[in-house]
Design a protein around this ligand. Structure first.
Ligand code: NAP
Ligand code: MG
Length: 407
């Protein structure tokens, strides 16, 4: 079989622990035998980030911007315990936060569905993709707790010297106060990422806030989305046969539970935090979730939503063959190669990325799966395998399929 050629590299961002082990296995078993891989490699292992004072993370982000497509392995976010374990010079911020900050992107998370694992919510037939705004609101708040009665104001002093003040409340006794903000530019970029992703994936886009109560703050989110939609995306949506609609968060929650799925649900920061955990838990497992960071300038970074699976790694280091689920990492590679193929007009590469994901799904549907799924799956042909055996089963199916498709 001729290997599939690439023209532009993808940015390969390696990581830590069990996922780093799986990363290499996936490359050896499922990518390199079939694709003449062109990649620019960035080692974001904790030791390398520490050695380079985190410059490697910044370099990886700029490489993603340059080439447009990256694929990232899970990485350790250092804390005091890791500092000791890895003898680190200092604690750097989460690499995901650094990448997200530099790429200014939005993360879209979609459950990977298989026909022998049913979502907990009965009507859900198709995946529900959650988009979460990643800047501001309660995550950048300022809080106060008072110990006497008094009056609270919200005050803004403009650089022009102009002052705006609103009374919050006359407080008859001890109280708690919170101030938060968002930036119009950040909301605009978020809106663009959502509209682009909806067009890319040809799915309806829902957006929800609580603008009936928060008329100015959430009202601004609603208005910005609506204005951008009308000015730049309305026609493209009509052409693609998809819909954008805004609804109240309460209404959205009720509709989501009764829906079949198959759309993108864009949320404000806090709503996205909570709702993405709810949706992923209801669909089964963090390892059955694909995740992509999309920036407003059209950069795509594919990753797994789960962490480095430390507990499995320690067992692996002790010589055990673990049954760690590689699905999310396979989907990261598949998504990145498919996108690279699409952008470079390489239909063979695009198809390969797609088939890689499809065959890993088929493998589970054939009853072959890792330990995390075995208790939730249905059927009498279920077989629990270790990671290597799972990848071998995917490879067998991928090879057979590639031959029939004459890729
Ligand atoms: P985790 O790596 O997601 O693992 C938590 C537990 O979930 C595992 O112990 C395992 O449960 C189960 N699990 C997760 N992924 C699995 C998979 N692919 N296959 C089978 N089981 C899986 O979360 P964590 O232990 O809280 O974090 C470990 C490290 O990852 C931390 O250093 C954290 O900073 C980092 N992290 C990175 C990212 C990222 O880069 N995207 C995201 C989150 C966390 P059992 O042990 O019960 O089998
Ligand atoms: Mg959360």
């Amino acid at each position: 079989m001729q290997k599939i050629k690439m023209t532009t590299p993808i940015v390969e961002i390696d990581g830590d622990e069990m996922t780093r082990v799986i990363w290499q296995m996936i490359k050896d078993q499922l990518i390199l035998p079939f694709v003449e891989l062109k990649s620019e490699y960035y080692d974001l292992s904790l030791t390398e980030r520490d050695r380079t004072d985190d410059q490697i993370t910044v370099d990886a982000a700029f490489a993603c911007k340059k080439y447009g497509v990256g694929v990232k392995c899970a990485t350790i976010t250092a804390n005091a315990q890791r500092q000791e374990e890895y003898n680190l010079k200092q604690l750097h911020p989460s690499p995901n936060a650094t990448l997200r900050g530099l790429l200014d992107g939005t993360i879209f998370r979609t459950p990977i569905m298989v026909n022998n694992i049913s979502p907990v919510v009965k009507p859900w037939k198709k995946p529900i993709t959650i988009a979460r705004h990643a800047y501001g609101d309660v995550y950048k708040n300022t809080e106060l707790r008072t110990t006497e009665s008094g009056t609270a104001f919200l005050t803004f002093i403009g650089d022009s010297g102009d002052i705006k003040t609103e009374l919050i409340q006359k407080l008859p006794g001890n109280a708690v106060l919170q101030g938060m903000h968002n930036l119009e530019e950040s909301i605009e970029k978020y809106a663009h990422s959502c509209f682009r992703f909806a067009l890319d994936s040809k799915q309806d886009l829902w957006f929800s806030t609580k603008d009936t109560i928060s008329k100015t703050y959430d009202g601004a989110f609603k208005e910005i989305f609506q204005n951008i939609f009308e000015a730049e995306y309305q026609d493209a949506f009509a052409e693609a046969g998809i819909e954008y609609f805004y609804t109240l968060i309460d209404d959205a929650v009720a509709r989501v539970i009764r829906s079949e799925g198959g759309y993108i649900w864009a949320c404000k920061n806090y709503d996205g935090d909570v709702m993405s955990d709810m949706v992923s838990a209801a669909f089964g497992s963090l390892a059955m979730m694909s995740s992509v960071l999309v920036s407003p300038d059209g950069t795509y970074e594919y990753e797994a939503a789960h962490g480095t699976v430390t507990r499995h790694y320690y067992r692996y280091r002790d010589g055990e063959k673990t049954s760690t689920n590689p699905m999310a990492t396979i989907f990261a590679w598949g998504g990145a190669l498919e996108k690279r193929g699409e952008l470079d007009n390489l239909p063979e590469l695009e198809l390969f990325g797609k088939l890689l994901c499809e065959t890993s799904v088929t493998t589970i549907e054939d009853g072959i799966m890792t330990g995390d799924l075995i208790n939730t799956a249905e059927g009498d042909n279920l077989q629990k395998v270790n990671t290597e055996e799972f990848l071998a089963a995917v490879r067998e199916r991928l090879e057979a399929l590639l031959q029939t498709k004459e890729v």
